[in-house]
Design a protein around this ligand. Sequence first.
Ligand SMILES: CC(C)(COP(=O)(O)OP(=O)(O)OC[C@H]1O[C@@H](n2cnc3c(N)ncnc32)[C@H](O)[C@@H]1OP(=O)(O)O)[C@@H](O)C(=O)NCCC(=O)NCCS
Length: 195
Amino acid sequence: MKIEPKETIDKQGNRILIREGKISDSKELQKCVKSYLKSKQIPLTESEFNELAENHEEWIRKFIDGKNDLLLIAEHEGAIIGNVDLMINGRQMLKHTGYIGMGIHADWQGKGIGTAMLKVLIDWVDHNPDIEILWLQAFSNNVKGLRLYSNMEFEETGRQKGFIKTESGEYVDNVIMTRNKQQTVNRILRPNQVS
Ligand SMILES: CC(C)(COP(=O)(O)OP(=O)(O)OC[C@H]1O[C@@H](n2cnc3c(N)ncnc32)[C@H](O)[C@@H]1OP(=O)(O)O)[C@@H](O)C(=O)NCCC(=O)NCCS
């Protein structure tokens, strides 16, 4: 086990357990993902997800087996209500970097659960010398997501204008956000120094 289960309380006083994902979570986790895909802020349609879900247990297995990969689940009274996943790049020159994906069940968004989950993941990463850079991609209209990531010291490091074409035909910018551990440490230790 990489992380001890951690209990937290959301903004409405609900008890939430944050723990590592396991193979037997697959069916419940799929329900949760389908719920947050409806927010249309991830470039994956429900039918594409259904195809991927045929190999969902293998997808979970990669996080369990990978030394530096991590899948976290948020659970309330036995129901899965969110996940954050970190997948480390397998290539030699990129294996200090990890890509983050996440989502919170539609009924549970905006209650601080995404913040609590990402904090647990970042705390683990900050104690892991193998991982130096975290990055992710977000739709430019993803207000909650962008706020969450900048709160967690991710910086916008790229923007692909009009890159995403939504199912309704609207073009949205793809924002690349990066959290570089060394730069974060420098900012905290030397806040007035321009890097
Ligand atoms: C994006 C997402 C992961 C954020 O998780 P969450 O649990 O909903 O977010 P939190 O409640 O922790 O809030 C994060 C920040 O957004 C703010 N926020 C919450 N609801 C908001 C709203 N309706 N409008 C603006 N800001 C909002 C919060 O106040 C918080 O900022 P603060 O701590 O500075 O006050 C979640 O909303 C989600 O799953 N969305 C759909 C799927 C998705 O976008 N996945 C990520 C793809 S990159």
